[in-house]
Design a binder for this molecule. Structure first.
Ligand code: ZN
Length: 100
């Protein structure tokens, strides 16, 4: 018999239909961020994916010397956190990021 607490932690993901630890209706991999990089929504499974940060003054040029490559570490409602050279993610606006 599951207690309420246990039933909140494990459930059927509404996206991949796998019995996993869920947050709301989604497992940690399918968890949507509501944030889009180049038109593709960032989801839990994208954590650790490589992205490139392009500062505003580079005008979208990923080869600009100030563009920086890192990996997604987490996200919240507003920011995608990207690990660059340090182990801690830095808050980035999704419009400043491209995949790869
Ligand atoms: Zn899932």
């Amino acid at each position: 018999m599951l207690t309420n607490k246990e039933s909140m932690l494990v459930g059927l993901c509404s996206e991949c239909k796998t019995l996993l630890a869920v947050e709301g209706e989604h497992c940690q991999y399918c968890k949507p961020s509501g944030l889009f990089i180049q038109g593709r929504e960032v989801r839990g499974e994208d954590i650790d994916s490589p992205v490139t940060y392009i500062p505003n003054h580079a005008n979208g040029d990923a080869s600009h010397p100030d563009a920086e490559r890192g990996h997604i570490s987490s996200f919240n409602d507003t920011y995608i956190f990207v690990r660059f050279r340090s182990p801690n993610g830095q808050a980035c606006r999704p419009e400043n990021l491209v995949w790869g």
